[in-house]
Design a protein around this ligand. Structure first.
Ligand code: ARG
Length: 459
């Protein structure tokens, strides 16, 4: 049979393959609540403008709320023949309320409808991402607070560089996630314009009030150009790019947790709640959650590249290509929220191994820079010369198979006669971190300042 929505022009219904490639109800049913909210706002505005009667608007609203409850209680039957969520809802509304249902679509098209629904859905996910980031930031700040004095190696090239504090390392991720949060906030502000009332692409001759529907749906204003309103998917792309960067940050932390929890490092112990065992090796405790978070970025960034590629070169305005926007965003959103939650749980539960961290902090001649700085400060040596002298001392220690603090004063003086025994005061890892008091440095005092600032922000 021909289609109930546009049957007028068609003699036969679609081929089964046509229906299969065309349908989106199998996934866009996730926007049911947004679709119904948009339709209620639209019909209320139509009545207020005298375009439909108050009675019709009331019948439409009641019917839509019935449809919503059917969807929520699982009794709603989705039909692929009805293509998408918009037509599924409207067809069911017709069965429930009859004739007034046919007036709902006045001055509207599925093009502005789908853009509106999708924006509402993405906007909710931006809010959810912001909450998820806050929870992870909170867990990291708590770790930093507890480990502000705890010393660990800081790395460049994954080679020991200088001692840092555990708290400082945790707070580095806090800064990264804070930027992620502000990116979502910026994107949310930019996207918050209503496409509703752009109709198919050109606007409508009906005396609609786009400010009213925009306000009813929590938008700041109506989108100013009807062509752009139905063609725009920037909001989805921005959600995906914000998500990709955030997931990238989490993948770096995840990678560190994988390394740190290994028997070779033993920097952290992950909780049983966020680890798994092996079916063959009884001793195993694997950081699966960290590995999966490390991997989720692949899906999320893949979605971003996928949708950018769908949108690239599309002529204005709507093309059916754009129906391919949703699965990408749905999958990325699900992956991001799960990764944020898992990371927050893992971070909250993990235990830094103080003794291992401190022992590792002292390896790799990690206080060589402190020694060079001492030569500059105490002997007035130019830094480049101090670097050279220190390099010679490191080579000596390496040759003797000991660490810098294990060299004798006589050893030191054989390289530079002016060195005195106060040099040993700067070779310990605690002294090293305590000395890094420059703003944003690793000194426990600096870390405490940052922790306090963040606790205030989060309060
Ligand atoms: N299911 C469609 C989508 O997700 C809705 C818009 C359809 N508009 C149209 N002119 N066929 O993009």
């Amino acid at each position: 049979s021909s289609n109930a929505m546009w049957g007028g022009r068609f003699a036969s219904g679609p081929d089964a393959i046509m229906e299969a490639i065309n349908e989106s109800i199998s996934f866009d049913q996730r926007m049911a609540a947004q679709d119904i909210a948009g339709s209620i706002a639209h019909s209320a505005m139509l009545a207020k403008q005298g375009i439909i009667t108050d009675n019709d608007a009331a019948a439409i609203k009641e019917g839509l709320l019935t449809v919503l409850s059917e969807i929520e209680n699982g009794s709603f039957e989705y039909s692929k023949a009805l293509e998408d969520i918009h037509m599924n809802v409207e067809a069911r509304l017709k069965v429930i309320v009859g004739e007034p249902a046919g007036r709902l679509h006045t001055g509207r098209s599925r093009n502005d409808q789908v853009a509106t629904d999708f924006k509402l859905w993405v906007r909710d996910q931006m809010d959810a991402a912001i909450l998820g980031i806050d929870a992870l930031i909170r867990a990291l700040v708590d770790q930093a607070d507890a480990g502000a004095d705890m010393v660990m190696p800081g790395f460049t090239h994954l080679q020991v560089a200088q001692p840092v504090t555990w708290g400082h390392h945790m707070m580095a991720y806090v800064e990264m996630l804070a930027r992620d949060k502000s990116r979502f906030q910026d994107a949310r502000t930019r996207m918050n314009e209503s496409p509703l009332g752009a109709a198919a692409l050109a606007g409508t001759g009906f005396p609609i009030d786009r400010d009213a529907t925009a306000a009813a749906l929590g938008f700041d204003r109506p989108a100013a150009n009807s062509l752009d309103a139905v063609a725009d998917r920037d909001f989805a792309l921005e959600f995906l790019s914000c998500s990709s960067i955030c997931a990238t940050h989490m993948s770096r932390l995840a990678e560190e947790l994988v390394i740190w929890s290994s028997a070779q490092f033993r920097f952290v112990t992950l909780s049983d709640r966020f680890s798994t065992g092996s079916s063959i090796m009884p001793q195993k405790k694997n950081p699966d959650a960290a590995e999966l978070i490390r991997a989720k970025v692949g899906r999320i960034t893949g979605s971003m590249v996928g949708l950018l590629t769908v949108m690239k070169g599309l002529p204005l305005t709507y093309s059916k290509d754009m129906q391919e926007d949703k699965e990408q965003v749905f999958d990325a959103a699900d992956s991001l929220m799960l990764a944020l939650a898992a990371m927050a749980g893992m971070v909250a539960d993990m235990t830094p191994n103080t003794a291992e961290l401190e022992a590792a902090a002292a390896t790799g001649f990690s206080t060589a820079t402190d020694l060079a700085d001492w030569l500059v400060r105490e002997l007035g040596m130019p830094f480049r010369d101090a670097h050279h002298v220190t390099g010679a001392l490191v080579a000596m220690a390496e040759q003797k198979g000991c660490d810098l603090p294990d060299l004798s004063l006589a050893d030191m003086q054989s390289v530079n006669g002016a060195i005195t025994d106060t040099v040993f005061g700067v070779l310990g890892v605690h002294n090293s971190v305590a000395s890094r008091v420059s703003y944003g440095g690793t000194a426990p005092a600096q870390v405490r300042t940052q922790v306090a600032r963040w606790k205030e922000i989060l309060a």
